[in-house]
Write a protein that binds this ligand. Structure first.
Ligand code: A2P
Length: 287
């Protein structure tokens, strides 16, 4: 029996599992099965986005899992092309129709769009309305820097509950993690095991970093488990993606060991401040 994920409490009291399941780059054909497998293994958080083109399959996977909808925390995101007040409300409706849900657990703005930030603010106001109407239980952002957070928070009522950012041992972003925490915002890592370094860049891979491989040997765990545990021990939520049942299981078997402070510091020291994904300050997120 796999232990359940620890839970994080968002700034409006809503609780969320710290360890979730990502479906970025999961093709529609594989997503239903992957989501069912993940829920069957104990995952209770599924992270999708309208830009991933698999919301319908996520909804289907949740329904077919046999677990009550209310027991699975589902996130989706507003894509940049849909930014703006009215367009965000329409995009939310389209996401809900695709998912087949009445309410959503977490709605995120996918990118900050700093060069047309007024549309980001308008999208956020739409998200605030969805929250007030009870159509979504929490709202947050993705890929926001500390400056983006302050710019938004100066103009709006509701503080984001969560900031989902690229984070892995080559991009530790400790300052951003602290900046989020100081504002009561949970940090969630996308590409937590550094997959982005493999599928978008030809650079090295945190999973083969000797420090990680050594820790894996010492703890009798895999490199992915060591890195995911490092995030969780730093209070960061993770949403590793896999469509492989063995790796889906591996990425959730994290709660029967712990890392020492020295182990955590050794992983922190791998930081290269190197981004594999888009720069959040870019006008249009792209590769
Ligand atoms: P696959 O779907 O074939 O398992 P990230 O979430 O950090 O971006 O990582 C996702 C990438 O890493 C995907 O390419 C995924 O491929 C692969 N992956 C997921 N889990 C593991 C694991 N435990 N060990 C090695 N590779 C993994």
């Amino acid at each position: 029996m796999v232990e359940p994920s620890p839970v994080l409490t968002l700034n409006n009291g809503v609780t969320m599992p710290a360890v979730g399941f990502g479906v970025f780059q999961s093709g529609p054909a594989e997503t239903v099965g992957a989501v069912k497998t993940a829920i069957g293994l104990g995952y209770r958080l599924i992270d999708t986005a309208s830009a991933y083109a698999n919301e319908a399959q996520v909804g289907e996977g949740v329904r077919e899992s046999g677990v009550d909808r209310g027991d699975v925390f589902v996130t989706t995101k507003l894509k940049p092309d849909d930014c703006g007040y009215d367009s965000a409300l329409s995009a939310f409706d389209a996401s809900m129709a695709a998912l087949g849900f009445d309410t959503l657990d977490l709605y995120l703005l996918h990118w900050p769009l700093p060069h047309r930030f007024e549309t980001t603010v308008a999208s956020w106001r739409a998200a605030e309305r969805l929250l007030a109407e009870g159509r979504v239980r929490a709202i947050g952002v993705c890929n926001f820097t500390e400056a983006h957070l302050d710019r938004l928070m100066k103009q709006v009522e509701v503080t984001p509950a969560l900031n989902q950012v690229e984070m892995h041992p080559f991009l530790v972003q400790d300052d951003l993690r602290r900046a989020n925490a100081a504002r009561g915002i949970v940090t969630q890592a996308w590409s937590p095991i550094g997959g982005v370094n493999r599928y978008w860049q030809s650079g090295d891979d945190p999973l083969t970093a000797p420090v990680v491989v050594d820790l894996a040997k010492r703890h009798g765990k895999t490199p992915a488990q060591i890195i995911l545990r490092w995030h969780v021990d730093r209070g960061v939520s993770v949403i590793p993606k896999s469509t492989n049942p063995k790796r889906i299981a591996e990425n959730f078997a994290l709660f029967d060991f712990s890392l020492s402070d020295d182990d955590i510091r050794a992983i922190d020291a791998l930081d290269q401040n190197r981004r594999g994904g888009p720069d959040p300050d870019a006008e249009r997120p792209g590769r």
